[in-house]
Design a protein around this ligand. Sequence first.
Ligand SMILES: [Zn+2]
Length: 463
Amino acid sequence: MSMRTVIRNAEVEGRRVSVVIDRDVVVELAEFVDLDDADVIDAQGGALLPGLHDHHVHLLAMAARREGVDLDPLNDRQQFELALQQAAALSGAGWVRASGYDEHRHGELDRHRLDALVGSRKVRVQHRSGLAWILSSAALEAVSDGELPEGVERDGDGQPTGRLLRLDGWLAERVGVVTPSLSEVGSDLAGFGITGITDATPNLGRGRIEVLRQAKADGSLPQRLTLLGVSDDERAAVEGWAMIGPAKVLVDEVIGLDPDLLAQLITAHHAAGRAVAIHAVSRAETVTTATAFALAGMREGDRIEHGSVLPSDLDSLLASERVTVIIQPGLVHERGDHYLDVVDSDDLPFLHRAASLLNAGVRVAAGSDAPVTSVDPWLAIAAASSRSTRAGKTLGGAERVDAEIALGWFLTDPLDPGGSVRRVRVGACADLCLLDAPLATVLAHPDASHVRMTWVGGRLVHS
Ligand SMILES: [Zn+2]
């Protein structure tokens, strides 16, 4: 059996070439190659790219989302209530899990409103940010063994509201989460030309690390993995099958915004030889983060996750500290209409910036934050170049970038996300994405339907 694959008539950086893959490496790139003893694929002029890398996803949440009620597409209170009532009616004694809850569209939610909808059923509803859950009274009863941890919100009378903040791991342990399958997630990613992902879930823990290890080992998840939520004493558990990225640090208005405390945390990670990836979304969070970076100093690989509202007076600091901002351009499309409705007019000019960050010399790369946003990178590239919302309005038109620049945000190295774009060249590992048309054609109307084949390490994972 041949170990070599030849992709002929491929467009690589504007040239028509044949590309030879031997096992997991690109070994030749030339106008004419010897086709003996090789599997031959005719690219018919389609562009051959390095496989795309999504710099910020939550794999297990993506898998779990497929198995519960997805509230994200539901646009008002009525649809939301109906979906929960239906799911509860079918649940019997089991749990109902719903995700994608959004207070702006679905209304404020506590256990009392939930109980009125689902009665005595055990229902847990995850906020779209992934950071909070709302439990029905029966659900709360089922998970509490006397004492409730910090993070269980209480009302004025000291009674739990049903809202749980940052208790994902605690809840998963008590609910006895059935391990969701990652194989559909893996094939979805491959269908978009994605050959690597960075999982940005904080504090993965041994159990979730083991689920990922198995999915890698049995091939159901073919993508290369970089993990942020791995602690230093869990390093050995990921050796050989995943890379360890910067340490994920959550800073937010919920936990408190103390730049000195955050700077101490950054310094401690740096001293241990680890960069940091700081989750900062709102203006207060990004300002706190930038201030902390100024105090602690940066280390190669430091990044800000999201930076959704990033005041431009932080630009020179971020540029000089070489901090990479991992943006989510897909949100402009998916949530833009909502932002135009609710975001403070002072914040609008600084919302989901892109072009102005690049102009200021700030390092930028992209991720989807799936399942919060669609994992489709082509949708994100289209949104970055059009700045169009779902309803066809424009959000921050001055922040438009060329589609090719936006594509580049998905082509950088996982450990150097703001760095240079990976290339299809001799010696590179054969993580490849073949499109059905030349690059200029695809980028004129970016769409996932153009992805024809995907290889990870020379293995065909999508065609
Ligand atoms: Zn995230």
